[in-house]
Every structure is written in C-alpha cells, then in structure tokens.
Design a protein around this ligand. Structure first.
Ligand SMILES: [Zn+2]
Length: 239
C-alpha cells in the first residue's frame, strides 16, 4: 500500500533526491568519457529484476513529428538514455529496448508494416521478462494549446497504477506544478500497456504540438530534468 503524503515534505525529499541524481548523472558522464564498459545492455533477454526502459518508436517509425520536423523517436531516446544511466548508477539492473535510432524487428521481416508488428512483439517479449517497464513517448494533438506530461498505466498488473502515481507526483512536484492531468488507463490501442503482464507505465513527457513545450523538450537540460523526475518517481515507488 502506498501512503498519501503531504506535499511540502515530498517536495523537499524530491529535491534532495534530485540533487543526488544530479551528482550521479555527472559521474555517469565522467564514466562515459572514460570509456567505462559497465554502462551498456540493450535488447536481448531481460534478466530477473531488470528495469526495462523503452524509448518509443525508432528507425523507419518516427512517431509523431513537430511542425519544425522534430521527430518523437529522437526526443524519446534523448530522455530515455539519461534515465537509464541514472538508474544504473543507483544500482538497478537496467536494459533498454533500443539505445540508438532503430527498430527492433526481426531481421528477415521486409515490409514496413510487418516490421512495425515484429518490433512491437519483440518489445512486448522484453517487457514481460522485466520486473517493470517505463516507456517514454511524446504527445501530439491537432490543437496547439495542450501541454504537460500525461502518464498511462498498464491494466494487467495492479502495481502499474502505483508506479504511475509516484512518477506523476514527481514530475508535477519537480517540473510542472501547473500540470493537472490525471493518470489514464492504457486502452487496447496502446499495445504494450494492454498486453504487458508486468507493471508498466507509458510517460508522454510533453506535447510536440505546443510550441513552448517543444522548445523545452528539445533542450538537453530539460531532457535530463525529465529523466530525473521519472527516476525520482521510480525511487519513491520502490521504497
Ligand atoms: Zn509515441
């Protein structure tokens, strides 16, 4: 059971965690520059206890695209990479569905449509071998006024909504105090959420269709802040 918090102590706790994560992130960057071999694990069989980070889309599937040509798949990866690094430095076993711009379809599949189907099936296999999965996406509406992170949760495992709740609290507390979006259940249209057996959330970090939010989403420091906020939410869930 998750207890309900009073908001101010939570904000203080989140800020402390955020400072720690900042230090960790700096250390990760130093380790990367030094060529540390301990950082990578992509695709393949997920081990027990593994946290799977899933940057949505990739390769021929760009996901949504902004008016300026920014593609969702790229923003997803730019947020997912620091998120995975931070969690590894905290000691979590982490795998990613992809850590470059690619689809993970079977190599013998030829048409784009079948590649997309194969990609989603392979992602689902990895999801169901993980302890929990965080999928990173961006939103896009025809109207330009909408903004703010929206979190969806899987419906086959009761833990999904608890994870979604702590990540939502963290994102709102650290980054978006004006965000009033409620959690949403994953419908059958969201393949991974509908079929995953393990706890899973899908974080639509922001709207590519909102000019101001698009500028933030393209900013590397905002991308890292979003990654921190999601990581803080996971830490709170895991307490
Ligand atoms: Zn997407």
């Amino acid at each position: 059971m998750k207890r309900r918090w009073k908001r101010e102590p939570i904000l203080k706790l989140l800020l402390v965690i955020c400072c720690i994560l900042t230090a960790i992130y700096m250390a990760v960057q130093v380790a990367r520059l030094a060529g540390s071999p301990a950082m990578k694990s992509v695709g393949g069989a997920a081990g027990e206890g593994v946290i799977l980070i899933d940057p949505g889309h990739g390769g021929a599937d760009g996901g949504a695209s902004a008016a300026d040509g920014t593609m969702e798949k790229d923003i997803n990866l730019q947020i997912a990479l620091p998120l995975a690094d931070m969690l590894r430095f905290l000691g979590y076993p982490v795998e990613m569905t992809r850590d470059t711009d690619r689809s993970i379809h079977d190599p013998d599949v030829t048409t784009i449509k079948n590649q997309k189907i194969s990609d989603m099936k392979n992602r689902l296999s990895l999801v169901n071998e993980s302890r929990l999965t965080i999928s990173i996406h961006e939103n896009h509406f025809p109207q330009t006024q909408y903004f703010g992170t929206q979190i969806f949760y899987g419906t086959n495992n009761a833990e999904s909504v608890l994870l979604a709740d702590t990540v939502r609290e963290s994102v709102i507390g650290l980054l978006q105090p004006e965000n009033t979006r409620e959690l949403k259940k994953g419908t059958k249209d969201i393949y991974l959420l509908h079929n995953a057996k393990v706890p899973i959330i899908l974080v639509e970090c922001g709207f590519l269709s909102n000019t101001a939010e698009l500028q933030k989403l393209k900013d590397p420091s905002y991308q890292q802040n979003m990654a921190y906020a999601v990581a803080c939410g996971l830490l709170e869930y895991d307490q």
